[in-house]
Design a protein around this ligand. Structure first.
Ligand code: UDP
Ligand code: MG
Length: 140
């Protein structure tokens, strides 16, 4: 069964949306295999988003992701990567409100930076991101 990494980002955690976001994934049929609250250090956020190091928004992204606590989880289900990406919606929350109004980024995000939820964008990304955040012992 496929696994993917989801992070409730600092904006969504701060506005108290964590429970609603977790509930959405449970009602969509995903199994939670790991779950924790953490605050990323600068080094951890830079490492997690290393593929984006050359992007103009990298500094802002690291600043945002370290600005407060996040809730990370491993979700499991059939085609979990693709289905979870559909549920979170497009990167830009403003676009999400136009094209996918029921998506989590439409419901809980603000714009293309503060977009409430991270999810692995491929099986390959998930295989980097899951062990980056969770040790083997934390995955049930
Ligand atoms: N991001 C940003 N400005 C942009 C594009 C992306 O701040 O112009 C942030 C946003 O938080 C996004 C993250 O960088 O979720 C990673 O970007 P990516 O293109 O991988 O989007 P995602 O896979 O998260 O939809
Ligand atoms: Mg991405």
């Amino acid at each position: 069964m496929e696994r993917t990494l989801v992070i409730v980002k600092p904006d969504a955690f701060e506005k108290g949306a964590t429970g609603k976001i977790i509930d959405r994934f449970i009602s969509e049929g995903f199994q939670i295999r790991a779950l924790k609250l953490l605050r990323l250090t600068r080094e951890q956020a830079e490492g997690f988003y290393a593929v984006h190091r050359e992007r103009p928004f990298f500094g802002e992204l690291v600043e945002f992701m370290t600005s407060g606590p996040v809730v990370a989880m491993v979700l499991e289900g059939q085609e979990a990567v693709k289905r979870v990406r559909e549920i979170i919606g497009p990167t830009d929350s403003e676009e999400a409100r136009r094209v996918a109004p029921d998506s989590l980024r439409a419901l809980f995000g603000t714009d293309k930076g503060r977009n409430a939820v991270h999810a692995s964008d491929s099986v390959e990304s998930a295989s980097y991101e899951i062990p980056f955040i969770f040790s083997q012992l934390e995955i049930v």
